[in-house]
Design a protein around this ligand. Structure first.
Ligand code: ZN
Length: 259
């Protein structure tokens, strides 16, 4: 009993230290370090909110200022509707992350409605991930294709729900379409990922709506958006050209120097 008591005391102490350090870094370190990497917190407003407060608690609410601008522009487009922008995972500013690694990407929740067709901002799972709007029997089924090809990770978000809620709600085709169309009005949008059957069901045609591929996870529980990085690419090309010019100049000077 003595050893168990001692071990639990050590664990308890370590947990307290960890939580204290975590809260300290969340409040006093991350917000000051993030701007160095060109990130800022997602700006909350009347319509822009985290779907889950864990996103904020885990510091996964950092984006590039341009992405904040995109969200604010989308909010303006949604004026007069009761559709809100509920964001899920964005970027943690200190460590790289597998997919959302640069602050240019963010996941958004789908829109749901009541049985009477009234749009609500409630969700279908506690984590807000993992509740799938599966393809109807008549719809193209990309999920089945990926799973049959051996990409088992495609289905992994099913383990992330932490429980299903609000069973009386249904996917709002009108609400989600309005949200996506409002996002698409922004020139800073580079790509938007959503499962093909949902894209077809909502009759969305924009070329920036892409398929994310079987190596990712399925996107019929959320929408993924990312910035247009074209300007960055142009800048990189200019730098590359200037470097090349410098190199050519150096080689020419060396080869044709007076002997
Ligand atoms: Zn994403």
């Amino acid at each position: 009993m003595g050893i168990i008591h001692l071990v639990s005391l050590i664990i308890y102490k370590n947990v307290i230290i960890f939580v204290s350090l975590y809260i300290f870094s969340t409040l006093l370190i991350v917000p000051f370090v993030a701007p160095i990497g060109g990130r800022e917190k997602v700006k909350h407003s009347k319509k822009i909110k985290p779907t889950n407060h864990m996103t904020v608690l885990l510091n996964r609410n950092y984006v590039k200022p341009k992405l904040n601008k995109l969200l604010i522009e989308t909010e303006k487009e949604l004026k007069g509707t009761n559709i809100e922008i509920h964001y899920l995972d964005a970027n943690f500013p200190l460590l790289p992350h597998l997919s959302h690694n640069d602050g240019a990407k963010i996941d958004l929740s789908l829109i749901y409605e009541t049985q009477k067709g009234i749009i609500t901002n409630k969700q279908r799972s506690i984590s807000r991930y993992g509740y799938f709007e599966v393809p109807k029997p008549t719809e193209y089924n990309q999920i089945e294709r990926c799973l049959k090809s051996g990409y088992f990770q495609y289905n992994y978000p099913q383990y992330l729900t932490f429980g299903k809620i609000n069973k009386d709600l249904r996917f709002s085709e009108t609400g989600t379409k309005k949200l996506i169309k409002s996002i698409l009005r922004n020139d800073d949008l580079g790509k938007l990922f959503i499962e093909p059957h949902k894209k077809n069901r909502m009759n969305l045609k924009d070329s920036r709506i892409k398929y994310h591929g079987c190596r990712a996870v399925r996107h019929d529980d959320h929408i993924h958006i990312q910035l247009n990085e074209r300007i960055t690419q142009v800048y990189k090309n200019v730098v590359r050209t200037l470097r090349l010019q410098k190199l050519v100049h150096f080689v020419c000077t060396f080869v044709f120097r007076e002997k």
